[in-house]
Design a binder for this molecule. Structure first.
Ligand SMILES: CC(C)(COP(=O)(O)OP(=O)(O)OC[C@H]1O[C@@H](n2cnc3c(N)ncnc32)[C@H](O)[C@@H]1OP(=O)(O)O)[C@@H](O)C(=O)NCCC(=O)NCCS
Length: 378
């Protein structure tokens, strides 16, 4: 049997949630093109779409928003846990730990019924932004801000982070970024979530597995590394084109470029870049986006020369957009998680509904026939 170490191209099941056409640079969620969704729906509508396989009508959307509002608050235990973390704790490790703790105070945590799973998905989606904002405020020596009701997840997050209501354009930009990150086929964190759920473990455990997987630099951690790279280019004073050339000569990967599935431009990067222009019109500073554009142009020239199909991915522009919104670099991946939790949980609904333990094999290539020698002789 042949070995496929990265499972590339291996189909492990069916899903009704999303499809990526990597060659054409297309992404659909439940039949809708990502471009259409990013421009014409909100994160809450997309959450409903992923959980119910159809867009909500106004009454259904209002109902979901009310359910989210009712679940946004954190228990005293979780806030106390956040206060106990070291001030320099890794933000994804903090999110992973706090999400794990949510299960301890959810009486339904071990109930895998369809209805309980739906309520847990709403709780996770409602509470993760509150956890991230509270973690950030506590580490900066500030008090957490209670969530508002009647506003979007994006506006609420910016409010809880900064302690003041966000301008509409800023909230709308973050909202679109959440739409763009909500779902993405059988990516590594979604697969990890499904593997965990396939053992009939609970939704919280599956989401904790997913958060741990998203944390890695080759997955969700890339957006943080994009910003560090932009920062390094700026502070080096080197021309971005020269910086890119030198990095490639050293055989380094330029963060925010390339994708296991997309071999054309990531469609999410295109929409996000356009939305970024809108915040700029709102008078925000443009330096990070200008620098991103110069790095993109330099990469395009270099990749043309080498004949490689390496294009910007969604992380490339989310980094400069989030920085322009005044968000700390290490919160980028947690923000990815607070959006993707909708996709993860939608996949978990599918997994529980048609479950089979996910248990592949490995080729054994180690020695055979060894005999245990007494320990004194080893
Ligand atoms: C995402 C990623 C892991 C996909 O990797 P992959 O599918 O294994 O791609 P491959 O390793 O097959 O890459 C093909 C070639 O392009 C090169 N390449 C891939 N991504 C590159 C990048 N970001 N910068 C420079 N070169 C890159 C590889 O070095 C390889 O070159 P080679 O054939 O000369 O060895 C990879 O592109 C990467 O590390 N990107 C940067 C991190 C990032 O942005 N991740 C977020 C993904 S959403």
């Amino acid at each position: 049997m042949s070995t496929n170490t990265g499972l590339e191209g291996v189909v492990i099941g069916q899903t009704e949630l999303s499809q990526i056409n990597g060659e054409l640079g297309e992404l659909i969620y439940v039949g809708y093109d990502i471009d259409d969704l990013a421009r014409n729906t909100t994160f809450e509508e997309v959450a409903f779409l992923l959980w119910n396989l159809r867009l909500p009508n106004q009454a259904e959307l209002d109902g979901l928003k009310q359910e989210l509002d009712a679940e946004r608050g954190l228990s005293d235990e979780v806030v106390a846990l956040l206060r106990s973390f070291p001030k320099d704790a890794d933000a994804m490790a903090a999110l992973r730990t706090a999400v794990s703790a949510l299960a301890l105070t959810d009486p339904e945590a071990n109930d895998n019924s369809t209805e309980a799973n739906r309520r847990q998905a709403i709780r996770l989606t409602a509470k993760m932004p509150t956890i991230i904002a509270a973690f950030d405020r506590i580490r900066k020596g500030r008090e957490p801000v209670d969530p508002q009701t009647g506003v979007s997840t994006a506006a609420n997050f910016l409010y809880m982070l900064n302690g003041e209501e966000a301008e509409e354009l800023r909230a709308r930009t973050l909202d679109a970024a959440l739409v763009l990150h909500a779902e993405h086929g059988m990516n590594a964190s979604t697969f990890a979530a499904r593997v965990t759920a396939a053992t009939l473990s609970d939704i919280y455990s599956a989401v904790v597995s997913a958060i741990g997987t998203l944390k890695g630099a080759a997955h969700g951690g890339a957006n943080t590394r994009v910003m560090k790279m932009l920062d390094a280019i700026e502070s080096s004073g080197t021309d971005p084109a020269t910086w890119v050339q030198e990095a490639l000569e050293r055989k380094e990967r330029v963060m925010g470029f390339g994708h296991r599935v997309y071999k054309a431009t990531d469609p999410r990067a295109t929409v996000l870049r356009e939305l970024a222009d809108q915040i700029m019109e709102g008078g925000q500073e443009t330096r990070w986006l200008d620098l991103s554009d110069r790095v993109r142009e330099a990469m395009s020239v270099e990749m043309e020369k080498s004949g490689k199909k390496i294009y910007p991915n969604v992380d490339f522009f989310s980094a400069s957009v989030y920085t322009t919104l005044g968000i700390d670099t290490d919160l980028f991946t947690p923000i990815f998680a607070m959006s993707r939790v909708t996709g993860w949980t939608a996949h978990l609904f599918e997994q529980y509904a048609n479950n089979r333990l996910i248990r592949p094999k490995a080729d054994y290539v180690g020695p055979r026939g060894l005999r245990v020698a007494p320990i004194a002789e080893r």
